[in-house]
Design a protein. Structure first.
Length: 277
């Protein structure tokens, strides 16, 4: 049996209620890292309250989805705080006292730009190609220059801020890949991933730009990933809830999500709950 934690970035969207209903119908737990600006839309906010009531965990994905390395410490913190206020309010409206504090950086830009999600020197050499593909497949990378001292300081300051402000590492026991446990990936307080479905390549903002253009191509990525099909470690899987504006010509991302989750269920995956320790 393969075990995985399912994470969805960028919602809420006009499809969130249906996504929640689909996950509930399959008994699949998940966390949604929500985009604050989307939550501010009056018609979307209730979808998050509803999701909480149905057992979905809500994490913070900032307010405006900007890149940390471009906006800097003060603005990044402001965006995290503003987004968290919305999440706290949604938990309150759902009748829950305490909202969890989990954070995922937009574009996985943790302060050093998305060319440097983590310090590759902390990853053993034989795993570096895989980790590089995990974070940078098809992703916009402006520079491969090493991060500056200022960027490294920004990254470290943000990690420190998370700890001082009650943000926690997402509880994902069972993830024991050697490139995870022995590297910066396991030390990060923000929420990282061990597998990206690359579904964003078929989402409304990027469709057609990435290498993978069909659901079958995404399924093939799942079937052939050298680590994802191992049963000795759990996985943290990245998907997206980002479905506006609808393009009638294209398969919508909800259908793609349903296909991929069903495919994984049929491929002997079990999806795990996020349990606070
Ligand atoms: Zn995002």
């Amino acid at each position: 049996m393969k075990r995985a934690y399912l994470t969805f970035d960028d919602g809420p969207s006009s499809y969130t209620d249906r996504l929640v209903d689909f996950l509930c119908s399959k008994n699949v737990p998940a966390i949604f890292f929500v985009h604050g600006e989307n939550m501010m839309k009056e018609h979307y906010f209730p979808s998050i309250v509803r999701a909480i009531k149905k057992g979905i965990v809500i994490g913070n994905h900032s307010l405006n989805h900007n890149r940390a390395s471009e906006i800097g410490f003060e603005e990044q913190i402001r965006q995290i705080i503003e987004a968290q206020k919305l999440i706290d309010r949604a938990y309150h409206e759902a009748g829950r006292d305490h909202a969890p504090r989990y954070f995922r950086f937009p574009h996985l830009d943790r302060g050093c730009g998305n060319a440097h999600v983590i310090d590759m020197a902390t990853v053993e050499e034989q795993y570096r190609d895989y980790v590089r593909d995990l974070f940078w497949e098809g992703v916009r990378i402006e520079t491969k220059e090493p991060p500056t001292a200022g960027q490294i300081e920004l990254k470290n300051s943000l990690q420190k801020w998370f700890i001082q402000n009650g943000f926690k590492k997402l509880p994902t026991p069972g993830v024991i890949f050697p490139w995870w446990v022995n590297s910066e990936l396991s030390e990060a307080v923000d929420s990282l991933v061990t597998f990206s479905t690359s579904d964003w390549m078929m989402g409304p903002r990027h469709a057609g730009k990435g290498q993978l253009k069909t659901t079958d191509a995404l399924k093939n990525k799942i079937d052939t990933d050298p680590w994802l099909n191992r049963e000795d470690s759990a996985h943290i899987i990245l998907m997206h809830d980002d479905r506006d504006p609808a393009n009638e010509q294209r398969e919508d991302l909800l259908t793609i999500t349903e296909n991929l989750v069903n495919h994984m269920l049929n491929s002997n995956f079990t999806f795990l709950e996020f349990k606070e320790t």
